[in-house]
Design a binder for this molecule. Structure first.
Ligand SMILES: [Zn+2]
Length: 96
């Protein structure tokens, strides 16, 4: 059975490469209540979407301050470190 395509699926823009895709092909980064970045589709607050799989869009997003724009606040070095950790944890889960 081929996967069914839901044409009503919301489209999101990757904060790294600016490609517009169906949201199921993107990963959502949100800010947890304590202010640290988490990978979650359901976390409250502003979300920053990135293409799933791979470092490229994360690097681009960091370079072009995509997360700052999406979250409307400046990010510290510690925030970026937390982002990288969240990203690595997400990648590890995907390869399981
Ligand atoms: Zn992308």
């Amino acid at each position: 059975m081929p996967p069914t395509v839901d044409i009503t699926e919301p489209q999101r823009t990757c904060v790294g490469c600016r490609t517009v895709r169906p949201q199921s092909t993107l990963v959502r980064y949100a800010l947890a209540a304590n202010g640290s970045p988490v990978v979650s589709r359901t976390a409250a607050g502003r979300g920053a979407w990135l293409c799933a799989g791979g470092e490229t869009c994360l690097q681009k997003a960091i370079k072009r301050r995509g997360f700052e724009r999406a979250w409307k606040r400046p990010l510290t070095a510690a925030d970026y470190e937390a982002l990288r950790i969240a990203h690595e944890a997400m990648m590890a889960n995907m390869s399981n």
